[in-house]
Design a protein around this ligand. Structure first.
Ligand code: SF4
Ligand code: SF4
Length: 384
């Protein structure tokens, strides 16, 4: 029986002082300017410079608000939704500059004449281990090693936090989920959360059997807003219809109806793969059972279905937790905390939050910030 939360004491911390918040934000300001404006190789073209400065200030302002308000989720979401909107703008513009179309012939996709994407990483491992061949080489000259390196660094620090601070697709559905005031569909069958594992297994085996990245060829909903298959045959047409239907259903309609990230929670094989790394990343979100009254507000707030009644009773989030902070911010008892593995749960949760956020935000600036700056530069080029 859920407890009436109005009977629980509210104990939100008072906002931090402005000067102290500014002081805590200073390293992020310096890092953002270094990454967005002064890094070696940054474009000296005026509009690119301006977009770099705008992005650096944007990322710094959001971090400042995280420090000042103690709220993580709201400010992270602004960044993440911006990333989701601006990524396709910059990416599609680049495709038109490069080849005059969003469509890519299937042979070119297999041959790797396409920008590298992190989504096929789990599909590459088995064929690469068995045959020493990449089934989806991506544009190797365009930085496969850099992309894999960034993914690895982010993953070791954040585990599945990748899906809240780096994925340039998840922001679209998170933005859609934020639109309605209330969910129209509230009762969600918890068994759906196993589906991404089934999709992952099927796609890994299929990629090995067909020797091509099966998920990218058949099931990626985000092809609809990035690089679809040039429909020169019936098969190409069928592939594109599948992409559009999956996008419309999992990224638009269901997030709107449920207020959840349904593509991430119910479908994404990369998200399932990324969950494994929650086992080794040093940061986690944990529940202090001594303070928790089981109101289950956290379970309702979780956009990824990563909390269940049973996991709350155990004091844990599920393996799929993407460290977005929604549950931490909503808990009226402050019973959910940021936690460093190996420490006592009561060990200074705000200090653990700061350490996590410095790592996550530094990497978000480096990776997501670059994508946001590209999107802003594209828009500036249209209007200026
Ligand atoms: S941890 Fe969840 S169930 Fe426990 S008090 Fe906080 S919001 Fe309620
Ligand atoms: S359990 Fe909490 S931190 Fe993890 S995904 Fe759900 S709301 Fe986000």
């Amino acid at each position: 029986m859920a407890t009436d939360v109005r009977t629980l004491p509210l104990a939100r911390p008072a906002p931090r002082g402005i000067l102290w918040s500014l002081f805590l934000t200073l390293p992020i300001l310096i890092w953002s300017l270094l990454m967005m404006v002064f890094r070696p190789g940054a474009s000296a073209e005026p509009l690119s410079r301006i977009s770099g400065v705008i992005t650096a200030l944007f990322m710094t302002a959001l971090f400042f608000m995280m420090m000042r308000t103690h709220n993580t989720y709201r400010w992270r979401r602004i960044f993440f939704v911006s990333l989701g909107i601006l990524f396709p703008i910059g990416f599609i513009h680049n495709l038109y500059v490069m080849r005059g179309s969003m469509g890519i012939p299937i042979e070119e996709m297999i041959a790797g004449r396409t920008p590298f994407c992190f989504m096929p990483i789990p599909l590459l491992i088995l064929p690469a281990a068995l045959t020493r061949t990449l089934v989806f080489p991506g544009s190797i000259a365009g930085g496969i090693a850099a992309m894999v390196g960034i993914w690895l660094a982010l993953t070791l620090v954040m585990g599945k936090g990748w899906c809240s601070y780096a994925c340039f697709f998840g922001g679209i559905e998170e933005g859609v989920a934020a639109i309605p005031a209330r969910a129209r569909i509230r009762k969600l069958d918890s068994r759906w959360r196993y589906l991404p594992w089934a999709v992952l297994l099927a796609m890994v085996l299929l990629s090995l059997a067909l020797f091509e990245p099966a998920y990218c060829m058949w099931l990626c909903p985000f092809k609809a807003v990035s690089e679809y298959v040039a429909a020169r045959s019936t098969i190409g047409l069928i592939q594109n219809v599948i992409f559009v239907l999956l996008f419309a259903g999992l990224v638009i309609a269901l997030p709107f109806l449920t207020k959840k990230r349904t593509q991430c929670a119910w479908f994404c094989p990369f998200g399932a793969f990324q969950s494994i790394f929650n086992k080794i990343s040093i940061f986690e979100v944990k529940i202090d059972k001594d303070h928790c009254k089981p109101c289950l507000l956290c379970q309702n707030a979780c956009p990824n279905l990563s909390l269940s009644k049973e996991s709350v009773a155990r004091g844990e989030t599920l393996l799929s937790c993407m460290k977005c902070g929604a549950c931490v911010d909503v808990c009226p008892r402050q019973a959910i905390v940021w936690h460093i593995k190996g420490t006592q749960i009561a060990w200074k949760p705000e200090r653990a939050r700061l350490m996590f956020l410095y790592s996550a935000w530094a990497l978000a600036v480096m990776f997501g910030g670059t994508i946001i700056a590209q999107g802003i530069a594209t828009i500036l080029h249209v209007f200026v």
